[in-house]
Design a protein. Sequence first.
Length: 223
Amino acid sequence: MRIFLSLISILMFFSSLFADDYFSTYFDKVDTSSLYLKETTNSNPKLLIVLTAGVDGPIDEMKDIIEVDSKDIPYFPKAKAQGHAGKLIFGKLNGKDIVLMKGRYHYYEGNTPQDVVFPYFVLNALGVESVITLNAVGGISQSLDPGDIMLVTDHINQLSENSLRGLSIQFPEKQFTDMTDAYSFEYQTLAKNVATAIDIELKEGIYLATQGPNYETKSEVKM
């Protein structure tokens, strides 16, 4: 029993060393990735649009397009889910520099939460200030039907992990992130106005994040 406990202690010790190294070099890797994109694209986008499988609409309206495969970006996670190409598409939309993320990086693919948010830190370092994200999800509310378009007004994190763990602590003045108004009221208002103008029914709801990759049981849906 003592030998077994000693082995566990040794494993925990080395695991902590690797974890410390991962977190301490995280933002160095962010800088390396953002520098690569800056040199490759010479772009300074302020807006990121995260596409979902089957949605390519904004690409058709863009000009001066530069595509970057995520596998070529240093330290970038690799997109594995079906329908997610794993590309960043830089270009101009209505004369403004934007970037599209064609293929998200999911927790259920085996990524750590910090891996999942790595691209967002990189693009923020490149100049991105706002994010519009799309995805296809299941609806557990009786008011939702397949094919509905829903505006996310808030979220509940049931992943049991936080993507900022080990990261925000490196910035003492910002280590506790205020999530009171995580979703831009200005963008929500804009989305509602556009939906009304083009006669699209836009529903509202709260996004519930779970680990996946399985769907919920009937009892979980009832909760």
